[in-house]
Design a protein around this ligand. Sequence first.
Ligand code: DOR
Ligand code: ZN
Length: 360
Amino acid sequence: MSLVRIVGALDPHVHLRGMEWAHKGDFATETAAALAGGYTAVLDMPNTPPPTTDSQGLERKLDDLGRNARCDYGVWLGAHPSGVRPEAELALLARGVCGIKLYCGHTTGGLTITASQMDRHVASWPGPGVLAAHAEGESVSVFLTALARHGKRGHLCHIDTARAVAEVAEHKSRGTKVTAGVCPHHLLFCDRDLPSLGPRGVMKPPLGTPSDREALWEGIRRGVIDVVESDHAPHTWDEKLGLPTPFGVPGLETTIPLLFTAVREGRITADRAVELVSVAPRRIFGLDPRPAGTYTLVDVGARRTINQESLYTSCRWTPFSGMEVWGVIRRVVIRRTVVFEDGEVLAPKGFGSNLYDNFC
Ligand code: DOR
Ligand code: ZN
């Protein structure tokens, strides 16, 4: 066995579903998937029904997560297209979330805002959490410019093109406080794979060209890209076969093994892989860098084939099905309790804690 220890692996970008979308996945099944994938904590996105855009939506989600989550968690607030929340309410909401998400492009959930709304949301966010954006094409520079103009700290989610990598690099060199994330599907697939992937290749942002994909790897190596985030977004297979095809793919159980496969292939070092899934996301999202008794052991010398039948995610399919990967999750420990070992999830529902309870 060749074990790598990751302290407090954190996926800052997941759609656990639950509540009125429990048929796609719920907080118990999808946090089981997080543990099976080697994560000790996840940050859940707000584009759910009901949306996490006000105190009622936040309370409903936190209540459900509190009863069902098997791993630790944080919740994203969502910027609502109807406008910025009143100042006092926003200040209160900000203390219970990891940050606010701005949807600046059409995707699942109907929270898309316009460019001028984006500027207002950026200007009014009180922190301490992070402003994050789903931005594609032109809206990448609108977001980066808004961060620079208002001196705010932000995270650009799932960057997908060579142009976005160049824009982030430019802004970082000018001192804009921005970090960027990338998803495994954008690192491993491209538009040429669409015919073989079918509905498994439909997500937002969409798959790019082979040169976009190369620029993403280069962005990781040069430190322009800071984190790898799964954008875990389960939809049932029946839904994926319907029209219009819903955007999104699951990713919690495949990201860490795929990254250690990239290590094996010499694309990145093992230290960089650990940085991308733990050190950097913990720093960006304001969490203790060395949480006591909270770690994952990955056997990076073990090889296996990704098999969708053995997934914990309730959708039970993956675009990575059939791929050979290096890296088997042997054990996950949270606050000194073994929560996953050799294929078995051991944490009961409700074991997970909210990492942003009274965040200041
Ligand atoms: O592919 C995606 N799926 N991209 C998103 O932005 C949202 C996500 C979802 O919630 O289904
Ligand atoms: Zn997402």
